[in-house]
Design a protein around this ligand. Structure first.
Ligand code: SF4
Length: 204
């Protein structure tokens, strides 16, 4: 099947998947949520960003990464020359907010993650970014550590994947910003290598 025939089907499949996810009540997080956060971005994005879970702002607005962490993520993406609309699709390990922004439990993650794996398969990104230790542990395995493994390319779901600090960690400890920027520079270089050698960034 050629690309032209395949692309609309992929988008259609994602719309069907979205309807199913928005109606999901498979775990107890459904009882306290206001919105299910499907994710946001280009349905054919070359780069998928995976965070931990929606927070308060996301639960209210129904969009991923819209609070202070999201604003910082947008700044980093902008510095890389990436936009939410064109280059990335942003999602989370769990799609509903855990009460008090606690870390999703292993049971909640294991119930919800098949949705995320479905998204990855349909969007089919060549590159993935894991934001923070929770996304790293649930996606790559419990032996990974964000402080040790950030900035290194690993394989996850058969894709080149870069773990980086979560933007919330950068807000708590601004000294982590320097390392994080080095990690994102590697992502821009890899994106140029794999997708667009002319990709413009004013800073990389
Ligand atoms: S967190 Fe995931 S599994 Fe639980 S209700 Fe929400 S969408 Fe369904």
């Amino acid at each position: 099947m050629n690309g032209l025939l395949f692309e609309p089907e992929r988008e259609g499949d994602l719309k069907v998947l979205k309807e199913k996810i928005l109606a999901c009540r498979q775990c107890e997080l459904s009882q306290t949520r206001n919105h299910v956060i499907f994710g946001e971005g280009n349905y054919k994005a070359p780069l998928m960003i995976i965070g931990e879970a929606p927070g308060r702002d996301e639960d209210i607005q129904g969009r991923p990464f819209v609070g202070k962490s999201g604003q910082l993520l947008d700044k980093i993406l902008e510095a890389c020359g990436f936009t939410r609309q064109q280059h990335v699709f942003i999602s989370n390990i769990v799609k509903c907010r855990p009460p008090d922004n606690r870390v999703p439990s292993p049971a909640e993650a294991s119930i919800c993650m098949p949705w995320l794996i479905n998204q990855i398969e349909l969007i089919n990104p060549g590159l993935m970014i894991l934001l923070g230790s929770t996304a790293l542990k649930y996606m790559a395995g419990p032996d990974y550590k964000i402080t040790r493994d950030r900035g290194k390319w690993i394989s996850c779901q058969g894709r080149l994947t870069m773990p980086v600090y979560h933007p919330a960690a950068l807000l708590r400890d601004p000294s982590l910003k320097r390392d994080t920027w080095e990690d994102f520079k590697k992502i821009v270089w890899k994106y140029r290598e794999m997708y667009d050698s002319q990709h413009y960034s004013a800073h990389v």
